[in-house]
Unconditional design. Sequence first.
Lengths: 113, 141
Amino acid sequence: MKVPLIKIGDKLLVSIQTTIIDSVVASLREDITNEISTSGVKGLIIDLSGIDIIDSFFCRMINDIGHDARILGAKTVVVGIKPELAITLVQMGMEMRGVMTSLNLNKALEILK
Amino acid sequence: MEEIKIEIKDELDIFIVQNAGKKFSREIGFSKQEVETIAIVVSELSSNIVKYAKKGEISFCSLQKGGIEIVAQDQGPGIKNINLALQDGCSDEKSIVFDTKHHGLGSGLPAVKRLTDEMEIETTKDKGTTIRVRKWKSKYR
């Protein structure tokens, strides 16, 4: 399974539509960093609206992808986290430090303007 | 008392056990939020099994007082230092797990501890680990 990377102007949209296994997340990280470095996008939007579970590994990977992107000159915005997942993340003590977050795609596009 | 047991052999079984955990906890009357929490607990415990022990099993049973007990059992390398394993950001690089080449992130078990009400860990070098956690419905806590 591969998560599609969609390039729109100078932004890269990664929409994860279903819960994915750890090895797919790890290869997604490589795909994203490669795409940013070859296409030189300035913004990365990760849409998690299709995700039902964010465990510690997934959360860490999102943070790492955010750091990767920043080093490669792109800002990352994570969108579409479900409210119950937000509560669980806080309860778990997980933080999304490496990335910005916004409610939806529209707001993310404004942030990256 | 109802009980479900699921074998864990690879990453895909993590999905199966997550969904089974959600279904089970929903059926015994946990709230939507609590079901999410239980799914994460199951996810962390089962990915630890895949990562360190390769295979094992997860079982759920409902507790009479209004809760769920989740038991994760494996015959893996064992946890060397449980106190360290329960600390945030302490990965197995600092020799939490006996004999492993894998690198964890050090946030799985601390998260499980935080998300549940009771946690017991039994572990023996080269014999395996059993982690037993219990979570009560909020009104019984």
